[in-house]
Design a protein around this ligand. Sequence first.
Ligand code: ZN
Ligand code: ZN
Length: 767
Amino acid sequence: MEVRRHIDVAGIVQGVGFRPYVYRLAVERHLAGNISNTAAGVSIEVQGPSAAIEEFVAELSSHAPALARITDLKIRNLPCSGEHKFRILTSRSEEPAGALISPDVAVCADCRRELFDPGNRRFRYPFINCTNCGPRFTIVRKIPYDRPHTSMAVFPMCPECEAEYQDPLNRRFHAQPNACQVCGPHVELWDNSGEPFGEADPISEALAVLQAGQVLAIKGLGGFHLAVDATLATAVQRLRGRKGRVEKPFAIMVPNLEVAEQLCEVNAAAAQALQSVQRPIVLLPWKQPSPIADAVAPHNRCLGVFLPYTPLHYVLFAEGGFTALVMTSGNLSEEPIAIDNEEAVERLGGLADCFLVHNRDILLRCDDSVTRVIGGTLRQLRRSRGFVPVPVFLKQDLPRVLAVGAELKNSVCLIKGKHAFLSQHIGDLENAASYKFFEQAIEHLESILEIRPEIVAHDLHPDYFSTRWALRQQGAKLVGVQHHHAHIASCMAENHLDGRVIGLALDGTGFGTDGKIWGGEVLLCDYADFERAAHLQYVAMPGGAAAIREPWRMAVSYLWRHYGPEFMKLPIPFVRQVRAEKVNVLLCMMERNVNSPLTSSCGRLFDAVAALAGVRQKINYEAQAAIELEMLIAPTTRAYPFAIRAAVDGWIIDTRPCFDALIDDLSSGVPAGLISAAFHNGLVEIFLHVAKLLRERESLNRVCLSGGSFQNAYLSEQLHGKLVENGFEVFTHSEVPAGDGGLALGQALIAAHRLTLQTNSGIDIHR
Ligand SMILES: [Zn+2]
Ligand SMILES: [Zn+2]
């Protein structure tokens, strides 16, 4: 029996080869009908024998193109018509608002085959792409996503490319960045003053630069990389020296999975992530001995590894024969990554010896994403290229909210209907160039989504640049959101939770409602509000921000808090090594309460323990002491004890028993690895205990884990495991970072719910 169906498909189904895919499905089954783009996705009408239609519908989502993501499928019946062909309708406006733009993704296997086929017209062409691969997000100026609105607009297609572009059965049908040697962009090699050089092939000459141990700046998808041969210690040191980056690990790009497996321990989840179209950097345990220079990641047991993702990367590896290249963001210390050729030469001229540039403009920068497998699941540490702008899909339609995120590792979030669009990694806003990028990213996001927010959500910290930006916005309602409440709401949002949960928010720094610096928090919360149920005991941060850069200060603070000025007589190595006059300065500050804000931060507790265990007294990058303390863990089931005291503002987690046990261990020479493990285990036990007490009191069984401390794999896995063992339902992050990079999502959800509440009840949304 003939039937006709109308199918509305929503999601990422435009600019990803979805229409040709559907066209082929229909033609193979001799079905009639048509397909066209709509505001929300695509609309299909299909007619034929009912069995074939069933099969067609089943196939639709099961073998969709690599970049497609179907979020909704609505099917209804239509009366049959006399049509007997299947057509792609292009009459309606192409790629309209509401359709989702695909992220930038790695070159596909089909294109790679052509890239290395001497008989192919795109042999060695560094910009080969098709509807299944290549740039998207970083070349779009505005919607609709159509060639004139991309940085490919300046490259009119040659007749051969045009024919591919127009042919529904071709892999390059409506592939907006389609190009070839004849009509498309090309690479050039420049010296560090921006002068093109070399008569011969720029790629071969660029390889010679790398092979000579020099620093090559390479223009990629979302910005410039600085590259050196990762096996040449002197080259890596040269790059460190020039970049002013003392110890923060560099990521390395390796030619394929096999090499990654030779260098690192790669489990199944990590292997899958490495080869995924998003091609994130994956942190992997580093095998020793290693051909990779130690200076790539000093004092670190992990290496950040990723596979090539542009055709240019593949050609460089195929012809250069490298085991690994350091590929670090093309920037000076914490500045944003460079994207423009002239800008790159100006900013990176002192860092790179040569520049491998091209003339396809990057319209918006997008750093490499950084991930880590924790508890068998891939977690985002920095969510950027490959993932942005795929939204977090929400449970319900929400008002139009812009959330402006935190101060460090900033990202912003824009809600449109059921979609929460988290921006790419923006960086640390105290840096002027990053702040400018923050403004551009908001503008770009609003432009490609065609949305004006009615609410702007911001952190409660009055001095964050993001907060100050929000306070200057005219015409939008402002909602201030507590930092740790936002962390837990972010976790709830990506797990589609409603109602109240127990939230364990552990991180370094967040402004509290009492004006103190929070960071070891147990909350009872829903989207609208929270109650602070428990927190780590307050201690002073002598010197304020200086105490973050110098963990020894936190050690002094804790010792003074628990043992008074007599702590200098404790029989531990720390007091013998620290200079008495420096300690006295801190004691004066704390006694007089000068520049010594109080904190309940979990990160600062890690710092104190790391300093006492002799791991690190000063840091060179964020959270270095905590990271190195985690790296040292040696297996033991011992757990340092903590105690709980009741106070007016909830329970206080007393750290004194933990320090008593730690001092005992230090005075009897227990190795740092065992100390680290006992400390981690102690934290796990005490937060499990608090969760159990709250379950009893509040009849809540769902626990959300969020905050930067959960990027610590051991803490995260152990606490998760113990909670599950004890019958809790546990939720963590996988789509957005647990750290401040995912904060804006939670801010947005809270603001949206407060507005909904206010509209319903007239209450004031400011707190
Ligand atoms: Zn391709
Ligand atoms: Zn062409």
